[in-house]
Design a protein around this ligand. Structure first.
Ligand SMILES: Nc1ncnc2c1ncn2[C@@H]1O[C@H](COP(=O)(O)OP(=O)(O)O)[C@@H](O)[C@H]1O
Ligand SMILES: Cc1ncsc1CCOP(=O)(O)O
Ligand SMILES: [Mg+2]
Length: 276
């Protein structure tokens, strides 16, 4: 069964309740992540100091973990925060940046998966490693081979097997076609432009959007489908406005669209699910 209810999407933004989102993320894209949350009406708090996690948890609405830039401290922080989220039932999204490219990222990712995040996301190559499929990707980037019709099909089948054992979690694999799996349900989304892949942080932005929606009280399925569609349609709008003016111009126009689209309801008409 494939289910997408876009009728409800046009009333989600701007958010009415300003959810407070605790982010433990990488310092490459930290400002972009914080601004993304602000642009759609959330409130970011970036903290990587474990001494304050317990008291922060008393006021935050959701937690965003991003493995991005590893260090011993970051690893300890992510482990502690994901355990706390599990114990306190805090809605949590984890971005599996570079899962499996080193032993440290593999072990850390597995430990976080065991704390049952509401959403586990990564690009298609990272998600292939999670489900035990081979990939030729290097570093934190996707391999083009992991986005062909046959490899996308293969990934969906494998994600459904894993999702069966963790039915409350939504699994998201990003790429030119985004895949969203929960239990036996799967939706593929076909929005976006290839320039989204040419600057750093696009995956982190999707994670920030998802966590903000979760913090506002939307379920993980809605938060995932909404966030992927919203980001990619912002990318399409930016492409038509900033085409031919260079990547940095595109990036700024795209960030601006993340704010501008929040007060336009008709963007939802552009959502393009792949027919099943
Ligand atoms: N070539 C592309 N065509 C369409 N959308 C893309 C493309 N590359 C990235 N995106 C979009 O950008 C977001 C981040 O995807 P991706 O590049 O896979 O993540 P990451 O930055 O974590 O590697 C996704 O929502 C995806 O849909
Ligand atoms: C370059 C880099 N190195 C470690 S994390 C990071 C940023 C990852 O951002 P994204 O996966 O969203 O492009
Ligand atoms: Mg990523």
């Amino acid at each position: 069964m494939e289910k997408i209810d876009i009728k409800t999407f046009d009333s989600i933004l701007p958010l009415k309740n300003s959810p407070l989102i605790h982010c433990i993320t990488n310092d490459i894209t930290i400002e972009t992540v914080a601004n993304t949350i602000l642009y759609i009406g959330g409130k970011p708090i970036m903290s990587g100091d474990s001494r304050e996690f317990r008291s922060l948890f008393q006021t935050t609405d959701a937690l965003f973990l991003n493995m991005g830039r590893m260090s011993e401290t970051h690893e300890k922080n992510l482990k502690l925060a994901s355990q706390l989220a599990y114990q306190t039932k805090k809605p949590m999204v984890v971005d599996m940046v570079g899962y499996g490219i080193t032993q440290q990222r593999l072990d850390l990712g597995n430990e976080i998966i065991n704390t049952h995040p509401a959403i586990i996301k990564g690009n298609s190559s990272e998600m292939r490693r999670i489900v035990g499929l081979p990939t030729s990707a290097r570093g934190i980037d996707r391999s083009e081979q992991d986005n062909q019709d046959n490899t996308v099909f293969e990934l969906i089948q494998a994600l459904k097997v894993v999702a069966k054992h963790q039915p409350e979690t939504v699994f998201v694999a990003t790429g030119p076609i985004d895949i969203v799996v929960k239990g036996n349900q799967c939706v593929r989304l076909n929005n976006g432009v290839s320039l989204l892949d040419r600057f750093v942080g696009t995956g982190d932005i999707v994670g920030a959007l998802m966590t903000t929606l979760l913090g506002a009280g939307y379920d993980a399925w809605t938060s995932s489908l909404f966030s992927l569609s919203y980001l990619n349609i912002a990318g399409e709008q930016a492409f038509s406005k900033a085409k031919g003016h260079g990547i940095e111009n595109f990036r700024q126009t795209f960030m601006n669209e993340l704010y501008v689209l929040s007060s336009h309801k008709d963007w939802v008409n552009d959502i393009r699910p792949v027919p099943s």
